[in-house]
Design a protein around this ligand. Structure first.
Ligand SMILES: [Zn+2]
Ligand SMILES: [Zn+2]
Length: 87
């Protein structure tokens, strides 16, 4: 196996990446906080359904769709990440 491009990140890596986006990306920040990382698997699951609003509500922590503007922005990124598009 010598591929230059990875077609899909493995789930654990994707989960970490999603947690980071949910937490809020910042230069030099390589991973989300514990609480966001705990949500990573759930977010990944919801992202697989393509329901960005549900992702946003989960990040926001209110459970109310569609979440605030900030979380909606992150949720769109997360769904894109899940679909293998660079965010
Ligand atoms: Zn966080
Ligand atoms: Zn929010």
């Amino acid at each position: 196996m010598s591929t230059t491009l990875t077609p899909m990140l493995d789930t654990a890596a994707l989960e970490e990446r999603i947690a980071l986006v949910a937490c809020g990306e910042r230069p030099g920040k390589t991973q989300g906080c514990d609480s966001c990382r705990r949500k990573g698997a759930i977010l990944l699951n919801i992202a697989s359904t393509g329901a960005a609003e549900a992702v946003a509500a989960t990040i926001c922590g209110t459970g109310n769709r569609p979440g605030c503007y900030d979380c909606r922005d992150k949720s769109v990124k997360i769904v894109r990440l899940y679909n293998g598009e660079a965010a």
